[in-house]
Ligand binder design. Structure first.
Ligand code: F6R
Length: 625
């Protein structure tokens, strides 16, 4: 939700800020802006629309200057208009601020400023309140006896930031500049990510390292309540309360090359086609054929602790929650442990009864999803061991959990999650194997599971070869007003995931259901214009699925079937289109069946002329509640 980039150095700031924003566009893309200090002026350009629109505006009249801030927005308070685009200014017009997050008590703070008499608001945003508050505090602390050394100005601004933030309820990642303080940016975070990029004679602030990895791979991931004072050649971290902060400079694990689209027309397609590698990386070094189990040192749990786990809660949002649902089937089947799925947004606010021996997993690609983070914090607060399954190594969830498993899927830029899903499912299979081997699974059963997992990357490669066939199917259904997805057992969550992918990037209505639910109401929706997609691999429930397929056929509903093995033959007389993925045991099948659904959504979205990587109203990382 919103991306921010700040730069202070010796180069012209405008191209660096714009380049950074382009890389953060996945976080929000309804309006954008920059503010660059140029001598005695803060020059700003901002507008509703994509970064490309801002690029045109900047190209017309490029603000000169070597330090500045910028923002790409996903609107929370106030429509996507030029006025609401960040940066926002204080009353003097000298202080410019960008913000990612939500100031929950902004209305009360705004009323207080208005009562003060001299503050006029020009936007509908919560952010503007913060700009006014900091500006006012800064101006009020000005010495009465003329000018002061520059260091005093910096300290005064940082002090104003602290005092203002102490009054704020909500979340923020902010960056600000002031006309009168050359070569200086202040930043702070609480609940929204902020990273400091440490360069040579230049430093950066950004919501995500991908914005700055082209310039430096040395990063300091700021913690909640950190306030940072950034200059060209130094920086200082303290807390909102004014204490000196400690920090660690980390090496970013990926390079600029990893976040390029290469020859692919979209990130989403690139990421779909990376899945044989990302699934392999999720398993790398984590399978032991000798002990017939998974090795997951990151869980930081002894064998006795693992053995004593009595219940599992899996929580997350969206696609991550669908992976959790596959995990529920996996852990129950392979480890025999009661497992529950919790929408993170519900879990954190409801009083789920949990036994003492419950182990909680928070699943999140970004590691920054506000609801999942809230669930993690609530679970830890109650004293439950809470582990993360994250892709972003430096993320808040990764850092705040008691341990976990990294996905190692590489950066996922496309807004629709693809490779992170199959990595999450793979990791949940590893967890199920590990927990199972602590219980009833024999060495030979463990070996069978390991072999099935190890065979996956090659089977994914074969599945990806179906892309052209799936594109042809997508073309056939271009006029469909919506689509229904059905699956049973391990593939029920895949039906939900297939429907979500389709909704997100084609904007068509889509629903996912357990196949057998069809006759309990959904069948009323069946008509010749609405295709039903059945995920019906050749498994123990194939015949049951086939019954449901027949029920749709009898009502003239077109059928697309994702199947395996002899399924294609058995479906031949009923399915209009069949996609056959390689055969695999039922517990790994979701990794394979998810891929044709990703490709179907992708190809249909392209045929419909949708903006695949930046679907309307969405943002990749949902850091607001
Ligand atoms: C769907 C999608 C979202 C995310 C959800 C959680 O394609 O991308 O549903 O899965 O917002 O995001 P993370 O995994 O970053 O917590």
């Amino acid at each position: 939700m919103c991306g921010i980039v700040g730069y202070v150095g010796r180069s012209e700031a405008a191209p660096i800020l714009l380049d950074g924003l382009r890389r953060l566009e996945y976080r929000g893309y309804d309006s954008a802006g920059v503010a660059i200090v140029n001598g005695d002026r803060v020059e700003t350009r901002k507008c509703a629309g994509r970064i490309a629109e801002l690029g045109k505006l900047v190209a017309e009249r490029t603000p000169a200057g070597t330090f500045g801030i910028s923002h790409t927005r996903w609107a929370t308070h106030g429509k996507a208009t030029d006025q609401n685009a960040h940066p926002h200014f204080d009353a003097s017009g000298n202080l410019a601020l960008v913000h990612n997050g939500v100031i929950e008590n902004y209305q009360a703070l705004k009323e207080e400023l208005i009562r003060g008499g001299d503050t006029k608001f020009v936007s509908e945003t919560d952010t503007e309140v913060l700009a006014h508050m900091i500006g006012k505090l800064y101006d009020a602390s000005a010495p009465t006896n003329g000018s002061t050394p520059p260091q005093h100005e910096k300290n005064r601004l940082v002090a104003a930031v602290r005092v203002a933030l102490q009054q704020v309820i909500g979340t923020y990642g902010i960056a600000l500049v002031h006309r009168d303080i050359p070569d200086f940016i202040a930043g702070a975070r609480r609940g929204s990510p902020l990273v400091l990029g440490v360069g040579k004679d230049e430093n950066f602030l950004a919501s995500d390292v991908s914005a700055i990895v082209a310039y430096t791979r040395d990063a300091v991931y700021l913690n909640d309540f950190d306030v940072v004072a950034v200059e060209r050649d130094k920086f200082e971290i303290s807390s909102v309360a004014g204490e000196r902060g400690s920090y660690e400079v980390s090496k970013v694990e990926f390079t600029d090359e990893d976040i390029k689209k290469g020859d692919y027309p979209h990130y989403m397609l690139k990421e779909i086609f990376e899945q044989h590698g990302s699934v392999r990386d999720a398993m790398r070094g984590r399978l032991s054929l000798e002990e017939c189990t998974a090795k997951l040192g990151g869980l930081e749990m002894t064998p006795a602790q693992l053995r004593d786990v009595g219940r599992i809660v899996l929580t997350g949002c969206g696609t991550a929650l669908h992976a959790a649902m596959v995990g529920e089937y996996l852990i129950e089947q392979l480890a025999g442990l009661p497992t529950e799925i919790e929408f993170a947004s519900e879990f954190r606010h409801r009083n789920t009864p949990m036994t003492r021996d419950t182990l909680v997993f928070a699943i999140s690609q970004s590691g920054e999803t506000a609801d999942t983070l809230g669930a993690l914090r609530e679970s830890r607060r109650k004293g439950y061991r809470t582990l993360g399954i994250c892709n972003n190594v430096a993320s808040t969830i990764a850092r705040e959990s008691d341990g976990g498993v990294y996905m190692h899927a590489g950066p996922e830029i496309g807004v629709a999650a693809t490779k992170s899903f199959t990595s999450q499912v793979t990791i949940l299979a590893l967890i199920a194997l590990l927990l199972g081997r602590m219980r009833h699974l024999s060495t030979s059963e463990g070996t069978v599971i390991i072999e099935a997992l190890e065979a996956l990357p090659e089977k994914i490669e074969q599945t990806l070869k179906l892309s052209d066939h799936i594109r042809a199917i997508a073309k056939k259904y271009i006029a469909a007003p919506g689509m229904l997805f059905f699956g049973r057992q391990f593939n029920f969550p895949i039906a939900l995931e297939g429907a979500l992918k389709l909704k997100e990037i084609t904007y068509l209505f889509a629903e996912g259901h357990p196949s057998a639910e069809l006759k309990h109401g959904i069948i009323a929706l069946i008509r010749p214009e609405i295709p039903s997609l059945f995920i019906a691999p050749d498994d123990a429930v194939f015949s049951k699925n086939l019954n449901n397929v027949e029920q749709v056929k009898a009502r003239k509903g077109p059928i697309i079937a994702i199947t395996s093995g002899s399924g294609a033959e058995r479906l031949a007389s009923v399915a209009d289109d069949t996609v056959t993925v390689p055969s695999a045991p039922d517990f790994v099948m979701p990794v394979l069946t998810a891929i044709p659904l990703q490709l179907l959504a992708y190809h249909l979205a392209v045929e419909l002329g949708r903006d695949v990587d930046k679907p309307r109203n969405l943002a990749k990382s949902v850091t607001v509640e």
